[in-house]
Design a protein around this ligand. Sequence first.
Ligand code: BDR
Ligand code: CA
Length: 296
Amino acid sequence: MKKRVIIDTDPGLDDAVAILFALASGLFDVVGLTTVAGNIGLERTTKNAAGLLAVAGRADIPVFSGAEKALLRDNIDAIVVHGDDGLRGITLPPALAPSRSGAVAWLAETLRTEPSGSIDILALGPLTNIAQLINQYPDAADRIGHLIAMGGTVLEPGNAGPSSEFNFASDPEAVALVLHSGIRTTLVPLDVTRRVRLDTDYVEALRGTSVGDTTADLLFAYLQDDRRSRPLHDPCVMLLAAAPELFGVDFMRLSVNLGDDVDAGALIRRETGSPVNVAMRVDVPAVLKLLASGFR
Ligand code: BDR
Ligand code: CA
């Protein structure tokens, strides 16, 4: 049976690949996309999300824009990785349908309407929208089946600060709200995503369909700057949702650094932390095979 999911996202090249896999693989029933400021500003992440749906010809899936700003902090961005359009110049077709605002209210309405626990949220950006849902509509947030979020790091060095990862550094207070919420949550940190890398032969082999061709273009753009490989962060969320048996998940108690220092958003293991599942190991060849199979 297909997994019913809402994708909360800030595309972003790796978000884009994750979304196209979700749309093309036939493994997911994508109920909607909600967007958040992260890699780049909200207007652009929303435009990119709608363009990705157009690549897959999915006018039936709605896009709702959400938080323009982190809960309490100034935004950071990742333009240096994703370019000043979020997709390093890869142009997508125009949106098939207009995007709407009000992601958080739409999330609440959808979760209240559908059977409790039937929708999972795949979170690929800063957790601001999810935190606002928890704050404003706690009854609806309680109806999330499983929240799988790319973010944080446990043993690996950070990519925003010495021990902090970009999504969690973008909105540490949102991470704290999610960890305290009691929502069934699995984190997919850098410890796993840094293992999942691809090379140019792999990317070339994805071509052959319009979605596969666009995915290859996006991945070549992601591999620019002479990098032979880059971590496929956000697609790991989809891969874990589709095939949890390919990951090793540990139970941990975590809190988050809410300070104003270079490591804001870093995860801290401590006994008083919130209980959460964290993916720490991955069968790399198997997940790369699964990812490629989604574009055939
Ligand atoms: C995360 O940060 C963003 O740049 C990526 O899209 C991914 O969600 C990796 O740290
Ligand atoms: Ca992202």
